[in-house]
Every structure is written in C-alpha cells, then in structure tokens.
Design a protein around this ligand. Sequence first.
Ligand code: GLA
Length: 391
Amino acid sequence: MDAKPVKKFKAVFGEQPHILAQAPGRVNIIGEHTDYNDGFVLPMAIEHRVNMLASPRADRTIRLFSYDFSEEVQFALDDIQYDSQHPWSNYSRGVAAIFQQAGYSLQGANLLFSGNVPIGAGLSSSAAVEVATAMALRTLNKLPIADDQIPVLCQRAENEFVQMKCGIMDQFVSTMARRGHLLFLDCRSLEYKLVPFSNSEIQIAILNTKVKRELTQSAYNERRAQCEQGVRILQQWAPHIQALRDVSWTEFQRYRSRMPEVIAKRCEHVISENHRVLEFVQILSIKDFKAHHWRKLGMLMRQSHVSLRDLYEVSCWELDVMVELAESVPGVLGARLTGAGFGGCVVALVQRQAVEALSEKIQQEYLNYTGIQPEIYISSAADGASAKMLS
Ligand code: GLA
C-alpha cells in the first residue's frame, strides 16, 4: 500500500493508524445470477483492492474518511442512519449496524479507506469496502467472528441496510479467496472448494465498457423477484423445489410451457447456468488436461453470455459489442459479461500470446463503435481479505 493514505490518516485524525485491513474486488468467471438462487458460482479475487486504516476511539462515534472522494462522514454507533448525501459511506455504516444487530458490541473508530477497484464496474468495489470494514472492526474490537461469517454479515448489510438484494458471491470471494485459485462456491450450503488456476499459457482479461446504468439496483431486484415467482409457480407441480437450484432440466422442460414466458426465460438461464458452472469445474479438474479443454471452457463462457443476453436480459449494447470484438481476436477462447450486467465489465479467457492483440483491438475498435474509451485489466487470481496490526 502506498504511504499517502497513512499520511492522510495522521493529518485527518492526528494519530497513527493501528490496523490495516484490506479486501479485494472480484471477477466472476462463470455462474451469473445463480447465487441468490442457491446455485453455484466460480469467481476469483483480483489484484485491485480496498485498504482500510483504523484506530480505536474512546467514544461511540465512527469517523469515516474516503481518501478517494476526499470526504468525511461521522455517525454515532447508537443511531446509524442511511446517508443519501454520501452513498459511499453506506457500506461501512451497514456493516457497523449489522455487527451490532448480530450482538457484537463495537467501540468508536477512526477509519480511512482508499482503493483501486473501479467503482460501478461490476468488480464488487462495494463488497470490498464492506469486507474491509468488517475485517477492520473485527480486529479493532477483537470480535470472535469466524472468517466464513464475515461474508454472511456483509451480505446482510447490503441486503438490509443498502437495500440491494445481492447474493453472497461477492462478499464470500472477497473474504475467502486464495492466490492462484478460483473459488467454487455452493451458495446454499456455503461449502467451497479452491480450484487451482494458474497457467502460464492462459490469462484472464477484464474489459471495462465504462458504462454504468442507474437502473442496475431496481432491475437486479426485479430479476431476483422473477426467479422467486418462478419457484412459486414450479412448486405447485413439484413441491420439493425450494429454489431454482432444485429444478432439473427434464423437470423444467415438462413445465416450461405452462409458465409465463418472461419467467420461464429467467428460470431457463439460471438452471442452464448452474449446469455450465458444474461442467466448467469438472473440466478444470481433468487430470489429463489438454489444450482443447480450454476451448471447451471458452465455449461455456460464450454460452453463458448468450443466455444472459437473450434469456436473462441483463446485457446491453456496449457489453455485446465488447464480447463480439473480444471473440473476433484469434486466441480469445471465450468472453462474457461478468457481475450483475447492465454495463460494467466483460471477462475473457485469453491465450497469453493474444493478450496484446486483444488489448489493441479493444482500445481502437470499442472506441470507434461506442465513442467510449475502455479500460483493460489483466489480473491473476489474488488473495482474499486480511487485517494486520501496524503498531
Ligand atoms: C452482483 C451481486 C452478486 C451476484 C451478481 C450476479 O454482483 O452482488 O450477488 O448476484 O451480481 O451474478
């Protein structure tokens, strides 16, 4: 971490920080909009992260300073309110509120955070702020919270305080990821497996469309409600179904025509996407892994994008342009939108020798088509969150 935020901490709070917590953003390789359907996801942490510096206070106030916005808010631990003037502060406010609701007592704190996770790009900058806050507060208050409970509390902060009805994927991978691995998560049981993923031949490229849609939160919550409606409809005929995770392909085919078309399309995406995740993980674990297996993985990513575009309807023109441009470069094995959709990033599986050609093509042609200058990040699978004492 660079020294400037530490200097700023001293300038703002008049003392040295005691703790440095940090949490990464993430990119999801496959398994989109499956997490809140009790399904499967396969994300990895990226090298971009949020750093949170912290020191304790004797009173019951949190002073929270955003280095990147150069703004400060203060709030009382006994009266934590949503702040629509400083939306960036709500992720930390939410975590402090939920920790207390869950029975953990907090003391006041001085907090300053900075980071390089692109904001609003679908790389989970908000989950990174939540997890970094949670790690800082846990360490500062010596709270007996297990690592795998951190994502659960952070998701509650986002669902209940921020009112974004997200699933558990982002907070989970930001907390539990391991360098050189993808994280395969069963979002029902929260059992997970770290899948080795470091290959000198293959890279993950993240292509930022730089498009942000205001409607993301409402459209996201609407998709989630449509999935729940799908479950209620299917339950009439198959009462064992608790979530779309429980619906087999044959079962779905049997009932599909009796469902409203839009609901059927949403369900079809989720059910088929879960299969793609399982197949992806199964291929990665093949002992005798050959070059052609990468192509199969790329194909699954491509199918995922088509399904998100046509059935789940969370893509947008710029994302589709980005995917098509990427896939036209020889050596790009597959590309798809990643995260919630409606803008944000595309993730691509790329042969190392093709990365430069991909980058050039995107820089020139995406700009020509859309008038927007894109950004490209190459990231290997990074470590999850941590916290350490500084003094
Ligand atoms: C957002 C949410 C996640 C997940 C993805 C879509 O990132 O925060 O929980 O639902 O969208 O897969």
